[in-house]
Design a binder for this molecule. Sequence first.
Ligand code: HEM
Length: 203
Amino acid sequence: MKRLHYFTGLIITVFVGLHLFNHFVSIFGAEAHIHLMNKLRFIYRNIIVETILLIAVIIQIITGLNLFFSKRKIVKGFYEKMQVWTGLYLAFFLIMHISAVLVGRYILNLDTNFYFGAAGLNTFPMNLFFIPYYGLAVISFFGHAAAIHYHKMKKKLFGLTVEQQSKIILINGFIATLIIFYGLTNGFSGIEIPKEFNIMIGK
Ligand code: HEM
């Protein structure tokens, strides 16, 4: 169970690393984000890679929830607790997020691009849900990685203890969240959402 969780986690991490980098590029504008997404889609939006990714996500959620229920009462210490609770949030987020992307793509016939991600974040009162929903997802992703690093890493790196290294990963999660939100909201000043995405924001 643990091995399967670890292995599928690695596959998902490669995708999420590229995916978050894609969102990071939104600081250079919507066009830059869309341009990179179109390039990245050649890698992940094909029947082979997308099937592997979706199967990995399903296995990750099932094994993760099993691990959560067997561990939640026995974990102790900051990093162990963080690992199980960020994992639980990621399971919830992945179910919601991938369902939303698939509904957007196949039922609403939308291009699930920059504006699909930015719609809820730039519209009041939806943003009251979407800010914590996406923010916690990015922070949980880094938090989960920081906890794994804490257990697996055995030695100092550049003179930093394992605890300091894990803290840096976690702090990077907060910084990445801020940068991504800055990009997806046009420097926090808001983005005009094209009409075809009106359905996303209840218009
Ligand atoms: C600010 C935060 C995020 C936003 C705005 C966002 C937005 C999006 C969008 C627009 C897509 C569709 C991509 C496409 O059509 O090519 C997508 C797909 C996806 N996202 Fe996110 N995402 C965010 C964070 C995350 C995080 C933290 C994870 C994982 C932990 C994640 C996992 C995925 C997965 C697995 C897919 C499906 C890929 C596919 O099979 O096409 N996302 N996301």
